[in-house]
Design a protein around this ligand. Structure first.
Ligand SMILES: [Mg+2]
Length: 231
């Protein structure tokens, strides 16, 4: 990694566009919220296609492996209607998420434009951000529908995002992207964005393989922003 230790520098003056992944980036991976969403995907597939639990899980995993997003695969191979699927899978309890005043304060200190770039739905992003009390900190939420159901890390998704955020080739160099899924940082880096990997064991090997595409890392969003903005 080019700058593993987050050497203090003026991030606020270096970046005008701050782009954040949502799940497991904005909130802690350990909450298990995303695991519950994944379980609801299995349930939906099981009921919709009338499969056993094991077959539903296999289909879910296959689609994820092949297309980078279960839903994308189900649309292409099974002609699935995305909206009822998204509504069902994101209908989880957000009780574990608490208003996070510390994160809100850190986000408010960012001078640039803040956006969310997620493979989930707008509604899901709104639920999470509202539960954490940080919804109004973000100017744009770019969701899976905005990318025509093409998911990160497909390069096409980033090109649509780039267009929607108005990031021309100069502006993209002044943008920084935060993600827990290491492979999603590669296309961003190739486009010219600076990248931040939120450390987690699940993605450790992948992050190591992709280290040339990762500029900064840290254990969680708050400690990273704290270092970037207050040193
Ligand atoms: Mg994520």
């Amino acid at each position: 990694m080019k700058n593993n230790n987050l050497i203090p520098s003026n991030f606020n003056n270096s970046y005008d566009y701050w782009v954040f992944d949502l799940d497991n980036t904005i909130y802690d991976f350990n909450l298990g919220l995303f695991r519950r969403i994944s379980q609801r995907m299995t349930d939906y597939i099981k009921n919709f296609f009338k499969l056993s639990h094991a077959d539903a899980l296999n289909l879910q995993k296959d689609m994820y492996k092949k297309y980078g997003l279960t839903l994308r695969g189900l649309i292409i191979e099974k002609n699935l209607d995305p909206e009822p699927f998204l509504e069902y899978v994101h209908n989880v309890s957000f009780d574990d998420l608490k208003i996070d005043l510390e994160l809100k304060k850190l986000l408010s200190e960012i001078k640039g434009k803040k956006s969310i770039y997620t493979n989930a739905s707008y509604k899901h992003a709104e639920n999470i951000l509202t539960s954490m009390g940080i919804f109004e900190e973000f100017e744009v939420i770019f969701d899976i529908k905005d990318s025509n159901y093409v998911a990160k890390p497909d390069q096409k998704s980033y090109l649509i995002m780039k267009e929607k955020f108005g990031l021309d080739d100069d502006k993209i160099k002044r943008s920084i992207f935060f993600e827990d899924t290491a492979k999603n940082l590669k296309p961003a880096s190739e486009l010219g964005m600076s990248t931040v990997w939120i450390e987690n064991d699940f993605n450790k090997d992948e992050a190591n393989d992709l280290k040339e595409y990762i500029n900064f890392t840290g254990s969680d969003i708050k400690s990273i922003l704290n270092k970037m903005l207050r040193h």
